[in-house]
Design a protein around this ligand. Sequence first.
Ligand SMILES: Nc1ncnc2c1ncn2[C@@H]1O[C@H](COP(=O)(O)OP(=O)(O)O)[C@@H](O)[C@H]1O
Ligand SMILES: [Mg+2]
Length: 251
Amino acid sequence: MARGGAWPARQPILPEDGVGSGVRIEDVTLVRGHQRIFEGLTLDLRESRIGLIGDNGAGKSSLFRLISGLDKPQQGHVILSGSASPGQVGLLFQNPDDQIIFPTVAEELVFSLTARGETRQAARQRALDFLAGRGLSAWAGRSVGELSQGQRQQVCLMALQISEPQTLLLDEPYASLDLPSQSRLAAQIDASRQQIILSTHLLEHVHDFERVLWLEEGRVRVDGPGRAVCEAYAADVRERARAEAERGSHA
Ligand SMILES: Nc1ncnc2c1ncn2[C@@H]1O[C@H](COP(=O)(O)OP(=O)(O)O)[C@@H](O)[C@H]1O
Ligand SMILES: [Mg+2]
């Protein structure tokens, strides 16, 4: 799996009709530890914007691990079409510390590029230019360990953005970002021509996506246009909270 991908990409990867590109998951069974996470899961993920929502433990991160090749299914297949190599998929981990390998911000970005075949010298120049373009030159030599969680997540995002994968998998990218960083990310996603699959608990960020999947216990409970699926999930959450309060008052 490659990390990285500069935003915006140069070419749209998905043709208008969406045929022939994207990710196909075919009859997949995935077991992690002692747990059967997915069983016979089949999904075609071809839209350019796909949201993943659902409770903790629903399987959002596991789906990303599967698509990015980090986890291999015990049964079935994950097929990346239109983006022939696994290097065309970049994953932003839910926890930045699972992604960051290098001690400084610049080295982290440089690695994204050298991993895709760029020479060290060219990669270093591009990384410095990239940081400068965002007004973050001062970050180049900074130790990653001295950044806040939200800043480390920004470093991970930049490491993704700089190397231009065709499909970006963003696992709860908004979770630890401050409000300005959230709106910056939303604008970048809007402008991007890459395929983006994004999980979040902040439903407003996927409301306008053409497709959202509501995952529940490793299965797709509802699959459809963002607004409708988000509303269905929010209504279900309200109903569960109501039932829980009622049980509490009878206890
Ligand atoms: N490293 C792991 N080993 C075994 N099971 C795991 C591991 N990580 C998560 N799981 C299990 O997989 C299921 C889905 O988790 P996850 O994909 O992390 O959900 P989400 O991202 O939607 O919160 C949960 O039941 C969780 O307990
Ligand atoms: Mg998760």
